[in-house]
Design a protein around this ligand. Sequence first.
Ligand SMILES: Cc1cc2nc3c(=O)[nH]c(=O)nc-3n(C[C@H](O)[C@H](O)[C@H](O)COP(=O)(O)OP(=O)(O)OC[C@H]3O[C@@H](n4cnc5c(N)ncnc54)[C@H](O)[C@@H]3O)c2cc1C
Ligand code: FES
Length: 281
Amino acid sequence: MNAANPYLPFPARLVEACFDTPDKSLRTLRVAFEDPETAARFVYRPGQFAELSLAGKGESPIGIASSPTEGTHLLFTVSRVGLVTSALHALSPGDRLGVRGPLGNGYPLPDLAGKNIVIVAGGYAVTTLRSAMVWLLDPANRKKYGLITFIYGARSPELLLYPDVWRGWMGRDDVDCRVTIDNACQGWDCLVGFVPRVLKDVAPASEGSAALVCGPPAMIRFSLPVFEDLGWQPEQIFMSLENRMKCGIGICGRCNVGNRYVCKHGPVFSKAELDRLPAEY
Ligand SMILES: Cc1cc2nc3c(=O)[nH]c(=O)nc-3n(C[C@H](O)[C@H](O)[C@H](O)COP(=O)(O)OP(=O)(O)OC[C@H]3O[C@@H](n4cnc5c(N)ncnc54)[C@H](O)[C@@H]3O)c2cc1C
Ligand code: FES
């Protein structure tokens, strides 16, 4: 974050971008800081986010989809829903944008060393879990963790993000990678069925394990009881929230749930912590 003024974004440029889905509702942006020193100082963790800003449009919190192990470029996958995100979709390579961050706590990966990690992702909420997976599979980190299971689902194949990346994980013998779509379709060579069903089939053991879960509310609602039936405790499950935000640094009070600011104390919370908060998220 900019130490002199935490509201000031760092100047950055769009390096390249691609539309991820045929309807062009999702676009992944590769972004580079203008100043190499800023790039070197922008030290982030998987699960953190940044406020992306455009002059005259405003700013939006977007999860960082790249892993710090991938170099100094940042990846963001943006769903076009309104003013700022539409403007981010309209950027061309070389165009300028602001990046304010890194913000939030991120996934507690260092605290989970020695454990088996289960990642459960649905739809485009996979973004920061992509970051976590790439970080976990980096040779410097992989040996610190046990089994790594990645379960990812979307309605149809075109809606699955980062196919080159997860297809690469499928070829590895140190990852159990399961990718699923809701309904069968021609040419699809992976699983068919909802994410909670796949989770039930995989039945990850609770002992010595932790889970990172991010996806649409229905996926979360039906996945949590599966974990519970398998004996998982709320302290073992971590989820990332996407409350509306303004300052992103715990000052304006826009994003609070009970006495916790999602931007500062989160966006990642254990289920145990969420269970203690009012159901306002
Ligand atoms: C920590 C965090 C991480 C996020 N990561 C991503 C990401 O990786 N990719 C991505 O595409 N989006 C992400 N979002 C959501 C994103 O910030 C909003 O969609 C975006 O700010 C909307 O801005 P806009 O100006 O385009 O839309 P607006 O014009 O402000 O609103 C358009 C519509 O989007 C709805 N909306 C706005 N903000 C949110 C929100 N936070 N949650 C749900 N609905 C909202 C509004 O109700 C309205 O219906 C994240 C949000 C948070 C808090
Ligand atoms: S967005 Fe201002 S306190 Fe969280």
